[in-house]
Write a protein that binds this ligand. Structure first.
Ligand code: FAD
Length: 434
């Protein structure tokens, strides 16, 4: 049976959008090249915003809707996600950190409502959180939480099943068939899958797919190093702990997941031919941050792009170049630094054995905002991508809003800041990365 909507990508955004659509009576097929959550979504630290705080943004902000959704997620979708509500704890070590905190507060106030918070001096912080040590100026204790990304993806898989969503794994989407402004089918290798509409939720590969529909998203693929330790005693990390070089949280089984911090994320930008097109957009900000940013030429992708370009010259189809089973590595020295810095403040981490080291590739847009809405020039194609390292914070509100837009054209949430057409003008990258 032809699905009403084919969703490309089985990450948090694709799967949750599929569930939202199915709840509204839509027949949905999810096409995933690997397995659900394989790329960013199951590798995430998954810190989330929770209800609370005052805001100029009002109840229609998707950030606020997302906060409410996380608070009621387990009940709504019938799955355990280990919601931890102990808060976000932000270590302020120097003047630069203080400056960052001011910008960050203003941003939250504008968008989601600045969460209730308390600024503790170092002595008070150590008294309240005896697991903390080392030299720092202050600790901001902020209302917020985190969820277990692996459990979220497993739970959504089951919820999708229950709602009748078909999830086809090992299915790489390479292109689309169009009739005028309508997408009539999705191509997966040699097969063609008819559909009533399509949603592109393919994370870092969404830009390649949108290009096939004549809509370009300038997107950088940036590797975020991450690691998980062996289980440590409960309470080793209070809630979600952030410093300038690390962000860490403890899972229910005791393991600690660590990734980049709020000022230095040790980010490694992957480059292939596709990325050169937008060099003009990225170059000024990257040059300014050159001490903290590094590049890596993705030779595998480069070779695949060349082969695809050659095939096209010889009369083949225009197809997206998207790798399967993508296991990006991170530089060991970046991970070492994150762990060493974290251990300066949390002594129990010193010498803790690393169980798993990995990287996740984040989809950065120039203004660091996601792209959510109908693709310009297409009547029945939508995109929800470019979450710029904040997919868990924005996700539930974004998925709900997109489902409303597809079903009745009138989402309650305000999607204006995320409209795809904003990318058609002159762009430059925001200088502050996180
Ligand atoms: C280390 C790390 C830490 C993070 N921490 C946080 C955090 O604390 N808070 C927060 O809010 N966010 C965080 N994020 C970001 C968050 O995880 C992402 O924004 C979110 O998971 C994006 O979900 P997605 O569904 O858009 O993308 P993805 O999870 O990448 O899903 C896209 C899916 O599409 C599939 N796909 C791609 N192309 C095709 C194709 N052609 N055919 C078929 N399938 C295809 C991929 O295989 C993939 O499964 C973090 C990310 C990382 C990597």
């Amino acid at each position: 049976m032809t699905p009403d909507v084919a969703v490309v990508g089985g990450g948090l955004i694709g799967l949750l959008t599929a569930c939202e659509l199915a709840e509204r009576g839509v027949r949905v097929l999810v096409l995933e090249k690997d397995d659900v959550g394989f790329e960013q979504s199951a590798r995430s630290v998954a810190a989330v915003n929770l209800p609370g705080g005052s805001s100029a943004a009002g109840p229609d902000s998707i950030l606020r809707i997302s906060a409410d959704e996380w608070a009621g997620f387990e009940e709504r979708w019938g799955c355990g996600i280990d919601l931890n509500q102990e808060g976000w704890h932000i270590l302020v070590a120097d003047e630069e950190d203080e400056r960052w905190l001011k910008i960050d507060r203003a941003l939250w106030e504008e968008t989601a409502g600045y969460p209730d918070s308390e600024l503790l001096d170092a002595r008070a912080a150590r008294e309240r959180f005896p697991q903390l040590d080392g030299s720092f100026r202050a600790l901001e204790v902020r209302h917020g939480g985190h969820v277990d990304a692996v459990r979220v993806m497993q739970g959504l898989r089951v919820a999708a099943d229950r709602l009748g969503v078909e999830v086809r794994r090992d299915t790489l989407v390479t292109g689309f068939e169009r009739h005028g402004g309508l997408v009539t089918a999705v191509r997966a290798g040699e097969s063609s899958i008819s559909c009533g509409a399509v949603v592109i939720a393919a994370g870092v590969w969404s830009s390649q797919l949108c290009d096939l529909l004549d809509f370009h998203i300038p997107m950088q693929r940036v590797r975020a190093p991450a690691a998980e330790t062996v289980p440590l005693p409960p309470g080793a990390i209070p809630g979600f702990l952030r410093g300038s070089t690390f962000g860490a949280r403890q899972n229910r089984n005791g393991t600690v997941r660590v990734t980049g911090g709020y000022r230095y994320s040790a980010m490694l930008h992957d480059l292939s031919f596709h990325d050169l097109r937008d060099l003009r957009v990225w170059a000024p900000a990257l040059w300014k941050n050159r001490k903290d940013v590094s590049f890596r030429v993705d030779t595998g992708l480069l070779a695949a792009e060349l082969a695809c370009g050659w095939a096209r010259l010889r009369g083949g189809n225009h197809r997206a170049v998207v790798p399967r089973d993508y296991h990006p590595s991170a530089r060991p020295r970046d991970r070492r630094k994150q762990l060493q810095d974290l251990a300066r403040f949390v002594p129990v981490l010193r010498g803790a054995r690393i169980l798993r080291a990995f990287a996740g590739v984040i989809d950065l847009t120039p203004d660091l905002l996601p792209v959510i809405g109908r693709i310009p020039g297409a009547e029945n194609a939508y995109v929800s991508s470019g979450f710029s390292g904040h997919g868990y914070i924005y996700g539930p509100g974004a998925c709900r809003a997109l489902a409303d837009l597809i079903v009745d054209g009138n989402p309650r949430a305000d999607l204006t800041p995320f409209r795809p057409t904003r990318l058609e003008g002159k762009l430059s990258m925001r200088e502050q990365i996180f």
